[in-house]
Structures are given as C-alpha cells and as structure tokens.
Design a binder for this molecule. Structure first.
Ligand code: IMP
Length: 219
C-alpha cells in the first residue's frame, strides 16, 4: 500500500532498539535511553531523499546551504548521494555548497536571529537554495531563517530536514524534504548534540536523565 506521507513517522510508543544491539561509544553507554534510528537506516532514507531532490530540480543547479553544526552529517551524506546519482544517471544537477550558523536571541521579544559563516548572503541571488538542517522542533528557527534569506532574492528556497518533532504546540512548519517525524523527546547523535556532546555518536538516540545531568553545564 502506498503511504501518502512523504516521510517516516515514528510513533510515540516506538522505542527503537536496545543500546546493546548496536555499537555505541563506551563513554555514552550510561547516558542514552535507546537507539531511535540506527545509522544504516538514516543512510538508506537519505538515499531516497537524494533521489526526490534530483527529480524535482532536474537540470537546475542547486546551492546546498548547510546549517551548522548539527546539519553537517546530514549535509555531507545527502550530497554524497546526490553526487552518486549525478555520476550514474542521464539527468544531473550541478551542486554548489555553503555553510551558515544561526544564532537566536531568545531573550528578546522580537526573536532576533543572526546568520554568520557565509561570505556574502548576496551570493544567493537568483540561486535555487536548498537549506539542509538536522531537526525542526517548534519551527521558529526555520521560519525566521527563511524570512532572512528571502531578502536576498534567491530564485527558490527549499528546506531538507532529517527530522521533525511531533509536538502539540509550535508553528507546524513542515520541510519540503523530510526523513523522519519523531516523538517529542530530546535526541542526540549523527551530529545532533546536547551541549556539544554526542556529535561523535553514529546513531540517533534518545538521551536519558543521567546524560542530561552529566552534560548540563553547571552555572
Ligand atoms: P526550533 O526553532 O524550535 O525548530 O529549534 C530548532 C533547533 O533546536 C535545531 O536546529 C537544533 O539545533 C535544536 N534542537 C531542537 N530539538 C533538538 C533535539 O532533540 N536534539 C538536538 N537539538 C535540538
């Protein structure tokens, strides 16, 4: 049966896999609840997203814009898959890359955000921009980022996110290309961090209370 959703939904009662079924670094063994998405599955899902992107863009050049730091694994793996398709099919899309970091000032009522990293945002003019992000939670970061980038008159902007969180509140923002919808739990691994830890973990896992306490910066 065809699934009308264009992404995989992991339900609230879905617990993934026990940690001892996979290899996780020793230094994180006590800090994780379970493996939510093993690296192999992430890899296979990205292959399909790459195909969809190629089909949509056809021969039009894409500027892949990686949102650092959390998006870097998804970005490199997605681009590798697009490049493989480019090498092996009749149709191919030229690719350019750029990198940004976004910083939100949550204390301010205007919800200000700065974008750094890229040489010059003016370079996005008339380009087909594909923003590549790790996770969309409330959607506020992405909505604000889109607002900022639109001012530089790109030809088009699309968003690819590996994950979105299913949550009762939020903006309801849905990316154009999405890997998985996950329960409203804090997830780490595959470049997603908790206070800069866990980026060196292959699988996407749910952090446990011990992990939160261990890696919460003491003020
Ligand atoms: P939003 O503005 O609420 O959509 O938040 C998006 C950003 O919050 C992401 O780019 C991540 O940096 C961070 N984030 C939200 N949830 C998680 C999570 O479960 N693990 C790691 N980072 C997260």
């Amino acid at each position: 049966m065809e699934n009308d959703k264009k992404y995989i939904v992991l339900g609230d009662d879905y617990k993934g896999y026990p940690l001892n079924m996979f290899c996780v670094p020793k230094h994180y063994e006590d800090d994780l609840e379970h493996v939510l998405i093993p690296a192999g599955l992430i890899n296979d899902r990205i292959e399909r997203l790459a195909r969809e992107i190629i089909q949509d863009f056809r021969h039009e050049a894409i500027t892949g814009l990686c949102v650092l730091k959390g998006g870097y694994k998804f970005f490199t793996d997605l681009l590798d898959k697009i490049k493989a398709l480019n090498r092996n099919s009749e149709e191919s899309v030229p690719l350019a890359v750029d990198f940004i970091r976004v910083k939100s000032y949550t204390g301010t009522t205007s919800g200000e955000m700065t974008v750094t990293g890229i040489d010059n945002l003016e370079n996005l003019k008339d380009k087909n921009v594909l923003i590549v992000e790790d996770i969309i939670d409330t959607g506020k970061t992405m909505i604000k980022l889109l607002e900022i980038l639109q001012k530089y008159n790109p030809k088009s902007i699309k968003v690819a996110s590996l994950l979105t969180k299913r949550r009762a509140s939020g903006t309801g923002f849905k990316p154009h290309y999405l890997g998985f919808e996950v329960p409203d739990k804090f997830v780490v691994g595959y470049a997603l961090d908790y206070n800069e830890y866990f980026r060196d973990l292959n699988h996407i896992c749910v952090i446990n209370q011990h992990g939160i306490e261990k890696y919460t910066t003491k003020k």
